[in-house]
Write a protein that binds this ligand. Structure first.
Ligand code: CA2
Length: 148
């Protein structure tokens, strides 16, 4: 049987603190809760998700490189690297399958430095301000994108 390629669910710096600090901005769900909810929805949708989080830019770049061979799509919340990282943008530009960008908060309602994301110029779609539900919405959209 052919191997089903997973969707990579990638979270960037500080998102390991989800649910533990600043619940007024990021909610009360932990990253583990989010990953479990996405995995449960993936089963319903007939998708496989591989979740990963790193506080290190180079690690995120390495995972995106690996995704070129290994993943059917990437759902990414690059955290603060959204606003700074040309390296992550360049890596995503070398990845040929769909990319969806998620932000838990509405970055456009926050400080001006959060209004621009390098990743948005590459992503097929961007979700911001839907709380952690945004990850589930992104997975539903990913299902449509990878089902052609
Ligand atoms: O809204 C988002 O998802 C962000 O990507 C989150 C990043 C922020 O730098 C972006 O501008 C928008 C920060 C993630 C920090 O996550 C924390 C979660 C709980 C407690 C402290 C930090």
């Amino acid at each position: 049987m052919p191997q089903v390629k997973p969707i990579y669910l990638m979270n960037g710096p500080n998102l390991n603190l989800l649910g533990l600090r600043q619940p007024e901005i990021y909610g009360r769900e932990t990253l583990g809760d989010v990953e479990a909810a996405v995995a449960a929805l993936a089963v319903e949708l007939g998708l496989v998700v591989e979740a990963m989080q790193s506080n290190h830019e180079g690690q995120l770049v390495d995972w995106i490189h690996a995704a070129r061979e290994r993943a059917a799509g990437i759902i990414i919340n690059p955290g603060a690297y959204s606003h700074t990282s040309v390296a992550i943008l360049d890596a995503l530009n070398a990845f040929e399958a769909p990319v969806l960008e998620v932000h838990i908060s509405n970055i456009h309602k926050r400080e001006a430095f959060r209004h621009h994301s390098y990743v948005s110029g590459r992503a097929e779609g961007v979700i911001a301000g839907f709380g952690t539900e945004g990850y589930l919405l992104a997975l539903r959209r990913m299902k449509s994108l990878v089902s052609g």
